[in-house]
Design a protein around this ligand. Structure first.
Ligand code: ATP
Ligand code: MG
Length: 332
């Protein structure tokens, strides 16, 4: 097996190249396809969770519009890479200066992670979009449309992508399994899907990692690859916190995250599940769940994992004190 073959990334190898190859997002694909066929698309906003097909669909649109000459007519920018809107504006200007090649009267600019732009940058983007509407169409992609200014939203047609359903993920996994000669039984697929939570990129990456160990995919094999915070470890963190022992709680948390290299977001998810098993009253569970959601949102937005998780533990400590939930430490 050549090195090239080994280094091939399956998410790219199996990235759909035609509308028909996409799974899920049925209504979106139908409408976007119709717009593309009319050869006249408005500005588009693709909003939704990671790994659900936003970038993939944007590329399909561009390739369908321009065929062979898509590269000349397409500019991809990542809002979080570009230092400030001035860079974006300059790149857009340079790109938009020349006319589109071929039959389509406009070029396409794909702006990924548009929700990473500040308000001011978005104001500037809005003006840029207006100035170049005759020569360019924008496709904006973001995780949270709520972070995109209304005046931009109102200038785009908004499409809300959903997490992929099990049956749709299965279609892609079956295709890859067939092509790569893997055997995946129903339980192994369940384990893959559960770990992916509807994120197609994650499920494909996980499958590739698992297949690098053995082509016979089993649930055990999948679970050795998925690093998940063990509920029993998370319970110890929470028990310490509720009993008022902030320091031990924090140490245990660091231990889990560093030694087992589990991400902040995975820890949050595990905490969120574990809250409901704690020996505390429901009102408190609800409050802590709310707090957990808030911290999760901040992590998704890119806040520092350790600071945010410490602040979450602090909330558990406060909740424990406020409700006289002392003496839980022994149970940990
Ligand atoms: N709807 C889908 N149908 C088929 N494959 C998909 C779909 N969504 C995602 N994939 C697979 O997952 C990979 C990542 O998808 P994509 O880059 O489109 O995600 P995204 O929605 O742009 O995510 P992000 O928000 O992280 O940018 C693709 O290369 C493809 O292999
Ligand atoms: Mg993307």
């Amino acid at each position: 097996m050549s090195e090239h073959y080994n280094s091939e990334v399956w998410t790219e190898k199996y990235r759909p190249r035609k509308f028909e190859e996409m799974v899920g997002q049925v209504e979106i694909i139908k409408r976007v396809r119709a717009l593309t066929n009319s050869m006249n698309i408005p500005h588009l906003l693709f909003a939704g969770p990671a790994g659900t097909g936003k970038s993939t669909l944007a590329l399909i649109v561009v390739k369908s519009l321009f065929g062979e000459s898509w590269r000349e007519n397409y500019l991809e920018l990542n809002a979080s890479d570009e230092r400030g809107i001035d860079v974006v504006r300059q790149k857009v200007k340079d790109f938009a200066r020349t006319k589109a090649l071929g039959d389509v009267p406009f070029k396409v600019i794909f702006l990924d992670e548009a929700d990473a732009l500040t308000r001011e940058a978005q104001q500037a983007l809005r003006r840029t979009m207006e100035n170049f509407t005759s020569t360019c169409r924008f496709i904006l992609s973001c995780n949270y449309s709520s972070k995109i200014l209304d005046p931009i939203q109102s200038r785009t047609v908004v499409f809300r992508f959903q997490l992929l359903e099990k049956k749709d993920i299965k279609k892609r996994i079956d295709l890859i399994a067939e092509s790569e000669g893997l055997s995946i039984n129903a339980d192994a697929f369940d384990a893959l899907y559960e770990a992916s939570e509807g994120d197609c990129r994650r499920v494909i990456n996980l499958l590739q990692a698992t297949a690098s160990i053995s082509p016979n995919i089993t649930p055990d094999l999948v679970n050795t690859i998925v690093s998940k915070a063990r509920p029993s470890d998370i319970k110890i963190v929470l028990d310490y916190a509720l009993s008022g022992d902030f320091v031990s709680s924090k140490e245990k948390l660091l231990d889990i995250m560093l030694k087992e290299s589990i991400s902040g977001q995975d820890v949050i998810k595990a905490i969120q599940k574990e809250v409901w098993n704690l020996p505390i009253d429901n009102a408190l569970k609800v409050r802590l769940t709310e707090k957990t959601g808030e911290i999760e949102f901040r992590l998704v937005e890119g806040a520092d994992e350790f600071i945010q998780l410490e602040s979450l533990i602090a909330a558990f400590v406060m909740a424990g004190i406020g409700n006289g939930v002392g003496g839980l430490k022994e149970s940990g």
